[in-house]
Design a protein around this ligand. Structure first.
Ligand code: NAD
Ligand code: GLY
Length: 367
């Protein structure tokens, strides 16, 4: 035993799996994942940055030989070209259905590897070993896998659940401040969706979390994983109106990311943070949400250094362009776009009757 461990279960019948959370867990990967590396053949997929930091450590602790496939770091890796290359590499390595592919890295590696695992030989096992805050609280859990298309973000993908998620919270020590803060957007989202008490916790503890306080970090990760596991357990395929709430801020966020060309100009989490605020602002505009709640969110995000206006990201006065991106949203239904809006902090709901002209005018006028 080298570390304490918390286990959160994702309950999905025969596809249920554990999320192990703890500091130093990479050193226990062989012990924890052992039962799931059914045939003993393991391929670790990672990116260049994470490989230089954690690959050797992970492989050393697996207690069995493993092969590696290393991709470039960054959002551009979630592409058809890299998917094709990865699948060819996995086939060349002789990966079979019952072998296990380990996705070691952030959401980019997790999404791409998970999608490759879903289509390789019509479905191979994979486990997630997330190393960014964003991936530890959101993307590694729940089986959404995808690549980006010219038409937009995450438009080509599949639901494919991992067999386990192993979170070593210590890996966040090497993450840049900017990436850590971006990941925090997906943490505070859980408070905004349906847990106002957790939003209050965030207001009190976020500064410490981002400054590296390990207690605050672990608590935020555990609460987020519990929330995500609960929601995924209720609505795995986003069909019953529950999981869709996790998209709060993402319709705006994905449009902002598309406008930024999926580049470092605006990280996914940064786009989501501004998207959360835009969703609250539109909710206020439509008379659904008290101004005070949107203001509380604005103050919180601003205090952490997030951009809270479109102009700070160079995205002001782009209403029509943003609406065009939104038209590719996966939630589009019969030509209409449902929006995640809020009646207040912790009261997110899906609005199916929002007039896109109002949203376009709002985006054109907001500074
Ligand atoms: P990322 O995977 O690009 O990682 C960010 C950067 O941090 C990369 O350069 C990476 O090399 C580096 N890095 C990773 N771990 C590190 C560590 N421990 N120390 C130092 N550097 C490290 O980005 P991300 O923010 O993790 O994920 C964003 C992606 O996740 C987006 O594509 C988004 O669409 C996707 N996402 C998916 C889901 C889902 O449910 N599947 C949910 C949310 C977001
Ligand atoms: N990140 C959104 C979801 O998993 O549904």
């Amino acid at each position: 035993m080298t570390s304490d461990l918390t286990t959160v279960s994702v309950d999905l019948g025969t596809r249920s799996y554990p999320i192990w959370i703890g500091s130093g867990l990479l050193a226990r990967s062989g012990e924890l994942l052992g039962d799931r590396l059914v045939r003993g053949r393991t391929v670790v997929v990672t990116d260049e940055t994470v490989a230089s930091l954690y690959l050797e450590h992970l492989q050393g602790s697996l207690g069995m030989p493993s092969e590696t496939i290393i991709l470039p770091a960054g959002e551009a890796t979630k592409s058809f070209a890299h998917l094709e290359w990865l699948c060819e590499q996995l086939l060349e390595a002789g990966v079979e259905r019952k072998d296990c592919i380990l996705a070691l890295g952030g959401g980019v590696i997790g999404d791409l590897t998970g999608f490759a695992a879903s289509i390789l030989r019509r479905g191979c096992g994979f486990a997630q070993v997330p190393t960014t805050l964003l991936a530890q609280v959101d993307s590694s859990i729940g089986g959404k896998t995808a690549i980006n298309a010219t038409a937009g973000k995450n438009l080509i993908g599949a639901f494919h659940q991992p067999v386990a998620v192993l979170i070593d919270t210590e890996t966040l020590d090497t993450l840049s401040d900017r990436e850590l803060r971006a990941g925090y957007a997906e943490v505070v989202k859980y408070g905004l969706i349906d847990d106002p008490a957790f939003f209050g916790w965030c207001e009190t503890h976020a500064q410490a979390l981002l400054a590296g306080d390990s207690e605050a970090r672990s608590q935020a990760i555990e609460i987020s994983c519990l929330a995500k596991a609960r929601i995924v357990g209720l609505d795995e395929r986003e069909t019953s109106g529950t999981r869709v709430l996790l998209n709060l801020g993402h319709t705006f966020g994905h449009a902002l990311e598309a406008e930024a060309g999926f580049s470092d100009q605006l990280l996914h989490g940064e786009a989501v943070a501004l998207g959360l605020l835009l969703a609250f602002d539109v909710s206020v505009l439509l008379g659904l949400c008290p101004q005070a709640d949107a203001q509380r969110l604005r103050i919180h995000l601003k205090s952490l250094g997030f951009a809270t206006t479109l102009s700070e990201c160079g995205m002001a006065h782009r209403g029509a362009r943003m609406i065009a991106h939104m038209a590719q949203d996966k939630k589009m239904d019969g030509g209409r776009l449902p929006f995640l809006l809020a009646r207040g902090i912790g009261q997110t709901f899906l609005a199916t009757d929002v007039d896109l002209n109002i949203v376009r005018d709002f985006l054109d006028q907001a500074t």
